[in-house]
Ligand binder design. Structure first.
Ligand code: CA
Ligand code: CA
Ligand code: CA
Length: 489
């Protein structure tokens, strides 16, 4: 075989497309279902495969970086084969908080250490996912609005190779992609709404999710020889969050009674459902008042009050007061609202809940939010105490953590990105050309440094925590509208 540089990509792409038909026919029924979301065409650029001596992967602007040569497989791994998982919302719980420490922000305005041009693979980037590779480094997948995706593998030295992934039938316009890396390095994407998505994400469970076309999703959970089906009215776009005890949470009972339309469509939710998967207990439902809706696609699960049990945090809106934040407890007798914030006070004003983390100056747990992110977002930090959810600090910086109408809710994240022991909230600036780190200090929140993008943020922020000493090292990535994957490591 003779090929070099980008010719290799075309060679492998056409080869794999031809080979795919056979692979499809040989698939098991489970594999056939997976194929709804799985890959049909893949090209792998392996410099070594092009013959000796190995040539580096061609890359505009950075021609001298080495290609990483790695074994290649594709498709969503079966549950026991899963090595690592990457969510657009950082964790299966929906809490956009990275533990570990990063090395970012050492300059006042830091540039990315790795820049990869993705515009020749993905026209309009929408999502970014990242997960650890079993042989070291991380895999980054950029997904466009049309579902077309490209995966890169980077090492700590910035080396990388890439594969192309094509999704002909399914796109990720309704539910964000979830990156699944197998134990032998297979790269697959799924969602919590895919037939076998939850089955893959929960290795101990046997779950199928089937939509019936009437707005119902039916979760069939099998234990031993018995199976039960739980119906959830969460079509078309509620995403399941996974609790630390494998309880699934989904917004439920779609309703159009609050026609704000800030997040994808005019439908919001009248309830949240909790479905214990591990112990076989029945599902429970928390129904909101008649005029209230959950305005979002999924809640955050986090142990806000430190008692060892996760709370469920949601944004609730109505035509009288606009958005407010609520904290729900899930106990033995079901779910109940434990605390609520003051509402904004005006209809069709939204609050974007980002993360629960030890933001406080002494490590106190706080909920970070961006109030009215479409019209000059204000960063607000809330504490939970004595059944009250109270704002303890705010900063009117015009933060722009969400694009009005978009289903991408993951453009802001929390973590100790600069390794100083304090947790920062990282949010897009007003024009989204930079990411601003906010830190709590006394009664204040203040800007401490910025990451420069050079072009508006197009995707969510993604990251991985690489094993590094006892703590783990946060690596952060983002894709700009100009089509550059930027990685800070
Ligand atoms: Ca909606
Ligand atoms: Ca708790
Ligand atoms: Ca920090």
């Amino acid at each position: 075989m003779q090929c070099a540089g980008s010719q290799c990509a075309h060679y492998y792409l056409s080869t794999m497309m031809k080979a795919n038909g056979g692979w499809h026919r040989a698939a098991t029924p489970r594999r056939a279902r997976l194929l709804k979301l799985a890959l049909v065409a893949i090209a792998l650029i392996l410099a070594a495969a092009c013959g000796a001596p190995a040539a580096p992967v061609a890359d505009p602007g950075r021609p001298n970086l080495d290609a990483v040569v790695y074994s290649m497989d594709y498709g969503v791994p079966d549950g026991p084969e899963v090595y690592s998982i990457g969510y657009t919302y950082a964790n299966a719980s929906g809490n956009r908080y990275f533990s570990g420490t990063g090395g970012l922000g050492t300059d006042e305005l830091s540039s990315a250490s790795v820049r990869i041009e993705v515009s020749r693979f993905v026209d309009i980037p929408m999502w970014l996912t990242a997960a650890i590779h079993p042989d070291g480094g991380a895999v980054w997948v950029v997904t466009g609005v049309d579902g077309k995706s490209v995966a890169f593998r980077t090492g700590l030295a910035g080396r990388r190779g890439h594969i192309l992934i094509d999704f002909p039938l399914e796109t990720f316009s309704l539910s964000p992609p979830i990156l699944v890396i197998g134990k032998s390095g297979q790269v697959g994407l799924t969602t919590t709404r895919a037939v076998d998505g939850l089955d893959t994400l929960l290795p101990g469970a046997r779950i199928e999710f089937i939509e019936d076309g009437a707005g119902n999703g039916n979760l069939r959970i099998t234990r031993g020889d018995a199976s039960s089906t739980i119906s959830v009215r969460n079509a078309p776009d509620a995403t399941f969050m996974i609790g630390s005890d494998s309880t699934l949470y989904s917004y439920d009972i779609s309703t159009d009674r609050y026609p704000h339309g800030a997040i994808g469509d005019q439908n919001e939710w009248g309830a949240v459902t909790a479905i214990p998967v591990a112990d076989g207990a029945g599902a429970s439902l928390l129904l909101l008042n008649d005029d209230d809706v959950f305005e979002g696609l999924y809640p955050i699960l986090a142990d806000f009050d430190g008692d060892g049990v996760e709370e469920i945090i949601g944004t609730v809106s109505n035509r009288t007061g606009g958005a407010r934040l609520i904290v729900i407890e899930n106990g033995k007798t079901g779910m109940r609202i434990a605390a609520e914030s003051e509402p904004i006070g005006t209809a069709f004003r939204w609050t974007h809940q980002v993360a629960v983390a030890p933001f406080g100056p002494n490590g106190e747990m706080e909920l970070a939010t961006i109030r009215t992110p479409h019209i000059g977002g204000v960063a607000e930090f809330y504490r939970l105490s004595d059944g009250k959810l109270e704002r303890v600090a705010s900063l009117s910086g015009g933060y722009s953590s969400h694009v009005n109408g978009s289903r991408n809710l993951d453009m802001a994240v929390a973590g100790d990105f600069d390794g100083d022991g304090n947790v920062e909230l990282l949010v897009p600036s007003r024009n989204r050309q930079s990411l601003v780190a906010l830190r709590r200090s006394g009664e204040l929140a203040e800007e401490v440094w910025e990451l420069w993008l050079g072009s508006p943020l197009a995707t969510n922020l993604a990251g991985v925590v690489l094993p590094d000493g006892s703590d783990g090292r946060i690596i952060l990535g983002a894709v700009t509208r100009d089509g550059e994957l930027l990685i800070w490591q």
